[in-house]
Design a protein around this ligand. Structure first.
Ligand SMILES: O=C(O)CCC(=O)C(=O)O
Length: 386
């Protein structure tokens, strides 16, 4: 049994791998994974038939040049849904398959081999099974691998698995290089969609080369009672923007829209792109960072690669002045660095949109200058697995 525990490493209690639970729990999942009725997959489910067609998230063809039409399509999706599927995005399909296959290979290794990379809450880098350090808190039905990519000073190949073969590191490096280019392109389109210079959002992120990036590879084992649990509980992404590569065949991602959970029908080889909290802040809530969650399956396991593109972590971020015009459009958020923002989530775990909402309340109650919490720079490694 020792192979399924990582009892030390700073966690408040032994960490049990969901892969192990899935293999050993029979037909009943342990209580810790059972969600409250209001959080279960059946809660606020979209009326039947609404998961596809018109109610699916928008699809944007990125093969078009970066003209007004593409900018309009991206901006409209990010205003209305906070999500879109990018097709013909330029990242090589061969690379998508290679990266996916390499990471599947990691999770197919024997437990002892995976445990070598067990993570701790200090940086979250490595093989993990929980977010947040509250003892006895609810758990999600998924394991993950988390690693840093940018800034280069935070990247440590020692913390990346060399399993199942060295090709995993190579594929991850190549994948990251191409996905960063795509992120920078979407940033230009988002800037244009706000009526700003193409480089404006990127400048707010710390410029080209100043941004942060990290990746979480999620692995959701089969679950005998998928109606009682979630692979990832409802949350919005704390960072800038996420490029999610999901399983082409197994559905699982649900996006909250107009009070309902819409199940995304993945387009093969598309990236599911979503706005994170930091772009909601910078755009003064023009672009929406939307809650999403993951359901799991009794029949099939699922893998996803979530690439998080983030601002430089020590810059105070606030709504861009061009988008603030009181009294009609006051700044909705006080300045805060990404380091400060995610520290909260690192300690408390995911909680829907609670953190962003609490910031907004603070601002509407007091002028930004009075509530500003711009901090001194911190070079501590990024923490939350996002
Ligand atoms: O696996 C998925 O479809 C989504 C994962 C996700 O939301 C996350 O890693 O933050």
């Amino acid at each position: 049994m020792s192979s399924c525990f990582n009892g030390g490493a700073g966690w408040p209690e032994p960490v049990v791998r969901v892969q192990t639970v899935s293999d050993s729990c029979g037909s009943t999942i342990p209580e810790r994974y059972v969600k409250a009725p209001s959080e279960r997959p059946s809660s606020l489910a979209a009326p039947s038939g609404d998961g596809g067609g018109l109610n699916n998230i928008p699809v944007v063809d990125m093969s078009m040049p970066d003209g007004e039409e593409t900018a309009r399509a991206v901006a409209a999706a990010c205003r209305e849904w906070g999500f879109f599927q990018a097709v013909n995005h330029g990242v090589r399909p061969e690379l998508l398959r290679r990266a996916r296959a390499a990471w599947r290979g990691f999770f197919a290794q024997p437990a002892e081999a995976r445990e070598v990379y067990a993570n701790s809450p200090a940086t979250y880098e490595g093989y993990g099974s929980r977010l947040g350090t509250a003892k006895g808190g609810p758990l999600d039905w998924g394991d993950y691998y988390f690693l840093h990519l940018l800034p280069a000073a935070l990247k440590s190949h020692d913390k990346w698995p060399s399993l199942p073969h060295a090709g995993l590191r190579e594929a991850t490096e190549e994948y990251a290089e191409e996905v960063v280019q795509l992120c920078r392109r979407v940033m230009r389109l988002l800037s244009r969609g706000l009526g700003l210079d193409d480089g404006r959002l990127q400048a707010a992120f710390g410029g080209v080369g100043g941004e942060g990036a990290c990746m979480r590879v999620n692995f959701y084992p089969r679950c005998p009672q998928p109606e009682l649990t979630l692979g990832v509980a409802s949350h919005s992404d704390p960072g800038g923007m996420t490029m999610l590569l999901v399983d082409d065949h197994v559905r699982g991602l649900q996006v909250r829209n107009a009070g309902h959970w819409i199940t995304v029908d993945p387009v093969p080889d598309a990236f599911i792109v979503n706005i994170g909290d930091q772009i909601q802040v910078l755009s003064n809530a023009v672009y929406k960072s939307v809650e999403h969650r993951v359901t799991v399956s009794a029949a099939e396991e699922r893998l996803s690669l979530a690439f998080f593109y983030n601002p430089r972590s020590d810059l105070p971020l606030a709504p861009m002045p061009e988008l603030v015009a009181p009294p009609a459009r006051p700044a909705l958020y006080p300045p805060m660095t990404f380091d400060e923002y995610r520290d909260h989530i690192r300690r408390r775990g995911l909680s829907g949109k609670a953190q962003l909402q609490s910031l907004q309340m603070a601002t509407t109650c007091a002028p930004p200058a009075a509530t500003a919490s711009s901090s001194s720079s911190s070079s501590s490694p990024s923490t939350l697995a996002s």
